[in-house]
Write a protein that binds this ligand. Structure first.
Ligand SMILES: *[C@@H]1O[C@H](CO)[C@@H](O)[C@H](O)[C@H]1NC(C)=O
Ligand SMILES: *[C@@H]1O[C@H](CO)[C@@H](O)[C@H](O)[C@H]1NC(C)=O
Ligand SMILES: *[C@@H]1O[C@H](CO)[C@@H](O)[C@H](O)[C@H]1NC(C)=O
Ligand SMILES: *[C@@H]1O[C@H](CO)[C@@H](O)[C@H](O)[C@H]1NC(C)=O
Length: 189
C-alpha cells in the first residue's frame, strides 16, 4: 500500500493495520509521529579570487549534518557539495548525495541548493528493518533568515606576480534547526 501525504503527521494512522501506530518508539512510529529532521553545523562558503588580473579561482561549498529521528542516537548523515560555478555556485539543478552515518535501513539522502533563492531541498528514504515499512520524505527550506554571513572583499592596489590581486569571500553559518518535511509517502508491505 502506498499513500501520499501532506503534511506527514498522522501518516498511515488509518487503515494500515500492519503498521504500529501507537506512540511507541518503534522505527515505524518514529518515522511518522511528529517527524522532524534535525540539521546541525550548516555552513556555506564562497570565494572568488583573482590570483592575477586574468586568473580567477572560484569555490563554493555547502555542508550540513542531518539526523533522522527514526534512528535515535545514530550518527547524522553528512551532506557536502562543492562547486566551481561562479558567482552563485549552486543553482538548484545539481543533485548531491549525502554520506549516510547510519548503515542500516538503506538510508539515502539527496539534496539540491539554490543560492540565489537560498532554498535547500532534500529527499530522504529509508526502511524499518523487521517492520515491513519504508518511507520517502521530501522537504524544502528557505535559509534566508537562517544564514548569518560575513563578506570580505580585498583589493591589492600594488599587485605584483605571486600576490592575490582581488578576493571576495563569504562565510555563512546557521544555528541548528528542526525541519518538518513537506510531503512524504510510506509503504507497508
Ligand atoms: C557533523 O558530523 C561530523 C561527522 O560525524 C562530526 O564530526 C561533527 O561533530 C558533526 N557536527 C555536529 C554539530 O553535530
Ligand atoms: C568555511 O569557512 C570557514 C572560515 O574559513 C572554515 O572554518 C570552514 O571550515 C569552512 N567550511 C567548509 C564547509 O569548508
Ligand atoms: C526528490 O524527488 C522528487 C520526486 O522523485 C524529484 O522530482 C526531485 O528532483 C528530488 N529532489 C532531490 C533533491 O533529490
Ligand atoms: C562579493 O560577493 C558577494 C556575495 O556573493 C556579492 O554580493 C558582491 O557583489 C561581491 N562583490 C564584488 C565586488 O564582486
Amino acid at each position: 500500500m502506498v499513500r501520499m501525504i501532506a503534511p506527514v503527521v498522522g501518516l498511515l494512522a488509518a487503515g494500515a493495520a500492519a503498521v504500529p501506530t501507537a506512540r511507541d518508539s518503534t522505527c515505524s512510529s518514529l518515522s511518522q509521529t511528529d517527524f522532524k529532521w534535525s540539521v546541525s553545523d550548516l555552513q556555506y562558503n564562497s570565494s572568488v579570487i583573482f590570483s592575477t588580473p586574468a586568473h580567477q579561482i572560484d569555490n563554493g561549498v555547502i555542508q550540513f549534518n542531518i539526523s533522522n529521528p527514526a534512528f535515535p542516537g545514530k550518527a547524522a548523515s553528512i551532506c557536502t557539495a562543492y562547486s566551481t560555478r561562479p558567482n552563485d555556485f549552486f543553482y538548484g539543478d545539481q543533485v548531491f548525495t549525502c554520506n549516510a552515518g547510519i548503515p542500516e535501513g538503506g538510508l539515502t539522502t539527496t539534496f539540491t541548493y539554490n543560492a540565489p533563492s537560498k532554498t535547500l531541498a532534500l529527499n530522504q528514504s529509508w526502511s524499518c528493518a523487521g517492520e515491513q515499512t519504508s518511507f520517502t520524505y521530501e522537504g524544502s527550506v528557505d535559509l534566508s533568515s537562517k544564514l548569518k554571513c560575513q563578506n570580505e572583499e580585498y583589493t591589492n592596489p600594488k599587485w605584483s606576480i605571486g600576490e592575490t590581486y582581488t578576493s571576495n569571500t563569504t562565510t555563512c553559518t546557521a544555528a541548528d534547526f528542526e525541519w518538518t518535511p513537506s510531503s512524504g509517502s510510506a509503504v507497508a508491505k
